[in-house]
Design a protein around this ligand. Structure first.
Ligand SMILES: C/C(=C\COP(=O)(O)OP(=O)(O)O)CO
Ligand code: SF4
Length: 402
């Protein structure tokens, strides 16, 4: 399928909107009142440090809602306002934050139902409005919705569309796209639908396995089994790894993406020589600015003398998980939580471990004076962070009063 031509024709269709409906000012005001916090603003104004009683909070210099998230959520609000009486659907969570998705449902924006792991688009009728989330949607989903004659409101972040353009460039020159990403993640599902041949690697370890295969060959069956859900149909590791282009999900770990790019560059140089390199390797870093800024701020924050770290964001939020990874790598006691309710008491906190499992830590809040590092992912409203900080203040005030 010529995905580029399809996108072009979709964008010219009168049933397609990616610019909003002229209610931006109202949507922005609504977003501010629902998601921002005066406490967080005050901490920002005080150079990201705030002390109350025994607790000093050190906020990362960049955290919380990114530009793409604000834009997507504002567009969803605008859509509801513009179509007050129409049925509105969304193809996935708009972003990975439970409180924001709950708001979508409260506004009667419905998720497309999923039956036995497959989305059931038959519920969508001609004339319904369908929002595509900030992660975008696969080209096949866009086609179904377009054919069904519904009004598409596309909130895909332009940084995500940039990744699609990158894999389309690979396709045009018959390169295989190696995508550093998570094959189950909505953004990577969408990205791979615009690619020709592709292979998705989760981390440096998987990339190394592929690089070794390129140089030395290996067990073809094992390769195909390992990447069964992470490659294009009919992928042949013996044919399809001769010319590779690197792209990445926008929210991966910046350092790891760079290492993966360099690894494949070295590998292709070793196999084909420096002069031939351009015929076999292309790389273009598609990690977005917001992800990089939040990770850089986190790398700075973990240099401080912190007693513990709280990383706030949805449990399915990839960029939040990367922030947690940075804290964990530094060996700081650190807890990824999605809402204040995870703090059960001064003695117990429920949090997401790096492997995705929930765990509870006892006696997590140290006695006496403490410095708490705080950051949040690109999909986390400031209000959620403020509630958590207030809870820590309250627990520590109570402890020191006893
Ligand atoms: C929409 C989006 C990022 C916003 O944060 P999210 O937490 O919603 O998404 P992700 O980190 O990719 O799991 C995709 O780049
Ligand atoms: S994290 Fe980056 S790519 Fe994702 S929505 Fe935000 S700005 Fe866009």
């Amino acid at each position: 399928m010529d995905t580029k031509a399809f996108k072009r024709s979709l964008q010219h269709s009168e049933n397609y909107n990616r610019k909003g409906f002229g209610h931006q000012a109202e949507a922005t005001t609504q977003l501010q009142s629902e998601y921002q916090s005066s406490l967080i603003q005050e901490i920002r104004d005080r150079n990201y440090i705030f002390t109350t009683g025994d607790v000093t909070i050190r906020l990362a210099q960049a955290f919380g809602f990114c530009w793409g998230v604000e834009r997507a959520v504002a567009m969803a609000y605008e859509t509801r306002q513009h179509f007050p009486n129409q049925r509105i659907w969304i193809t996935n969570e708009i972003i990975h934050n439970p409180s924001v998705n709950q708001r979508m449902q409260d506004m009667n924006i419905q998720f497309i139902p999923v039956e036995a792991g497959k989305k059931d688009f038959s519920v969508v009728e001609t004339g319904d409005v369908v929002i595509l989330p900030a992660f975008g949607a696969s080209v096949q989903e866009m086609q179904i919705l377009h054919d069904q004659g519904c009004q598409i409101v596309d909130t895909t972040c332009p940084w995500v569309s940039k990744v699609w353009n990158t894999v389309e460039k690979h396709k045009k020159i018959a390169f295989t796209s190696i995508i550093h990403g998570k094959y189950k993640h909505e953004e990577t599902i969408a990205t791979s639908s615009f690619a020709g041949k592709y292979l998705i690697v989760l981390n440096l370890q998987e990339a190394q396995y592929v690089a070794d295969y390129i140089l030395n060959g290996g067990d073809r069956q094992e390769f195909l089994q390992k990447f069964a859900r992470a490659c294009s149909a009919g992928f042949d590791p013996d044919q399809d790894l001769e010319r590779v282009g690197i792209a990445n999900q926008t929210t991966m770990l910046k350092g790891e993406t760079e290492q993966i790019g360099k690894l494949f560059e070295r590998t292709m140089m070793q196999k084909y020589g420096t002069i031939e390199l351009n015929q076999h390797f292309q790389s273009f870093n598609t990690i977005c600015d917001a992800t990089q800024e939040r990770q850089d701020a986190m790398l700075e924050l973990v240099q401080e003398d912190l007693d513990l770290m709280l990383v706030v964001g949805g449990f399915n939020s990839s960029n939040t998980a990367q922030l947690q990874q940075i804290a964990a790598a530094k060996g700081i006691p650190s807890y990824h939580i999605d809402c204040v309710e995870r703090i059960k008491s001064a003695n117990a906190i429920e949090y997401r471990q790096l492997n995705g499992q929930l765990a509870t830590e006892q006696n997590w809040l140290p006695h006496g004076k403490i410095i708490v590092g705080v950051t949040s992912g690109a999909s986390t409203p400031d209000k959620v962070v403020a509630d958590i900080i207030q809870k820590i203040f309250a627990l520590k005030a109570l402890a020191s009063a006893l």
